[in-house]
Write a protein that binds this ligand. Sequence first.
Ligand SMILES: [Zn+2]
Length: 398
Amino acid sequence: MMWLLILLLSAIHQSRSCGFDNAHHDYTAPDLDVVLSHNLALRDQNNKRPSTWNKVAITNVGVFDGWTMRPAQTVVIENGRIGDDLTGAIQIDGSGHTFMPGLIDSHSHPSNITHLQSPTEFGATTAMVMSCPEPLICDSLRNHKGLTDVLLGSTPAAAARSIHGRLLGLNSSTTMANASQSPSWVDDQIENGADFIKMIAETPDLSQDIYQLLRPPPMQKARLSSAMRPTTAVSSRPSSPTPLDETSTRQFLQKRIISTPTLIMMLKTTQATPKLNYTASRLSTSRLYHAEVEVLVGTDANDQVGAPAKPKFGISIHDEMELLVEAGLPPVEVLRGATARPADIWGLHDRGVVEFGRRADLVLVKGNPIHNISATRNIRKVWVSGEDLDDARREWMA
Ligand SMILES: [Zn+2]
């Protein structure tokens, strides 16, 4: 399969990208070295331990399979995958509980191991790293046994003198002056390990020529998937009292753009700045959903200097899901937007659904989140690629 994703942030006028996207000046050289060596040392140490794969059968448990709620049944976890043979399994009574796929945060900014541990504990077992100002740091977040798995974004392509370009101090290596820079820029991003390409669309915007050229050439051997579709972190500018109108939402649908509204980021940003207005973001999200635009769950969690707000890693995915319900999405749609739908859109075909053979990224919660989305907070157990987080944690501390 050829590989491509154009990650189109703020695809339309009056929209915005995430509250915070990247900034080269966040990492001074010594900070980068310290974080990098810490990440690498922990990965090395943790990955040397044997996997804590116990064969487990959860019985009488309701299953949200990524798309729909299924009647109480038994789910087997074996050798890191979802199995179907109970022989020799440790049995756990799941009565009154719901089993669901590990949650996927489609927009976050982790840079160290703590930023992966918190989401793991809160059941977010996969995260999209929405930009990589320092590819080495991002790469050091990959492949940590028993922790949230990441897909990495490129450094963002932004127009010189754009708002992000100016506010975040994007320098000439990340801003795009003309279309001739695009092909080699994409090559560099892929070379540096990007799983998807991030663009920041705002005023002044990148030219259409540049958009067209910000695609990996057809024979490019990169990981970027052609199955991926443009997505946007937009609802509308927190500073704008005007939600997206019908023309705008129609454009999302026509261009098959996906929305990751990051409402928790919008809420926290507007709370931090009283003159800003959250209502427009909520209304925009509601309109996108009613226009049948696919909506994903993403937090914009970050801990970086200069961010207008800092949603916490982990807990914020539950905040986001509640805000999406408050914006008018049915809980089942919100859960789909955190499991099967992003797995499909991001090309993660080994997860996101509870079915035989899939990667055992699973969360067991008390109650039924289809009836009350807040039930996702009642986490009893988390498995990451078949490892019970409790067992893995004991190993970390040993
Ligand atoms: Zn962001």
